[in-house]
Design a binder for this molecule. Structure first.
Ligand code: NAP
Length: 266
């Protein structure tokens, strides 16, 4: 690195170059539906070789038909053995991993007074423990091979503020923990040039949110409370995702990029 930090000269004047991932390998968990399926297609479109993981193999096979050179990995991330084997499987298939998108997650609305502790624990296991284990495995590989890797944790507005009307104690705790984990891993791994950031979506249509959006009173409440007066559309996370995955965000780590129509601004 140049000893005078003020003399930095950009390699290119094309700002879009930092949004390409040609020749890089990305693992997207929870790619069988919703946001994860979209993330896989977008990362494929900007040049990455994409490894897609989830439990439903048939869904992954369907998605694979839309990708250039996919790696399809059926995997239950609640099972520690399958979880721990996932990053090694990506490396075995592709030789490397440059970007990990920790997207797989579960949520089920219930009042905290009724939420069984076991349900809370299972949610934290999938939404927080699994992302840590995968990040650790990916970072060990990146550090060993001097890869300036990126880890993107898909958090939520539930990790930033309370919601109440759609109650999710375990989910909130898991997403808040994921945001704290993002900051700590970024702090620990920055000297290894591994960047860790979180993407926190607001309300987006998916299998996870389908039941909520099918209740007209809740759908209306969300529109009323969102400054931009509507839920997000899946493509409205594309730019933020690719920004965090590419060198466009090379001076950013330990941050939360919140794409929520202004929900957390008020
Ligand atoms: N939609 C929203 O409004 C919203 C807002 C904020 C944050 N998020 C976050 O975005 C992420 C994606 O959610 P989504 O809305 O796209 O919901 P979704 O369509 O239900 O997707 C969840 C994904 O996680 C996978 N998954 C669940 N349990 C798994 C397990 N044990 N092992 C492996 N994969 C598992 C599912 O695949 P299989 O069932 O095939 O395993 C599926 O691909 C989640 O982390 C969620 O918390 C969503």
């Amino acid at each position: 690195m140049d000893s005078d930090p003020t003399s930095f000269t950009p390699e290119t004047l094309d700002p879009l170059a930092g949004f390409r991932l040609d020749g890089q390998v990305v693992l997207v968990t929870g790619a069988s539906s919703g946001l994860g399926a979209r993330f896989a297609r977008v990362l494929d479109a900007v040049g990455a070789r994409v490894a897609i993981a989830a439990r439903r193999a048939d869904r992954l096979d369907d998605l694979a038909t839309h990708l250039h050179d996919p790696i399809v990995l059926s995997c239950d991330l609640s099972d520690p053995e399958q979880r721990d084997a996932l990053v090694p499987r990506v490396v075995a298939a592709s030789g490397r991993i440059d970007v990990l998108v920790n997207n797989a997650g579960r949520s089920e609305s219930m009042r905290a007074l009724d939420e069984p502790v076991e349900h809370f624990r299972d949610t934290v296991e999938l939404n927080l423990v699994a992302p840590f284990a995968l990040a650790q495995a990916a970072a060990r590989h990146m550090a060993e091979h001097s890869i300036a890797g990126r880890i993107i944790n898909i958090a939520s507005i539930y990790g930033i503020s309370g919601v109440g009307r759609i109650p999710e104690a375990g989910y909130s705790a898991s997403k808040g923990g994921l945001i704290s984990l993002t900051r700590e891993l970024a702090s620990q791994w920055s000297r290894r040039e591994i960047r860790v950031n979180a993407l926190a979506p607001g309300w987006f249509p998916s299998e996870m949110s389908a039941e909520m959006f099918s209740d007209p009173r809740l759908a209306e409440w969300i529109v009323e409370k969102t400054p931009l007066r509507r839920p997000g559309q899946p493509h409205e996370l594309d730019g933020a995702l690719v920004f965090l995955a590419g060198t466009a965000s090379s001076y950013m780590t330990g941050q939360v990029l919140t794409i929520d129509g202004g929900w957390t601004a008020i």
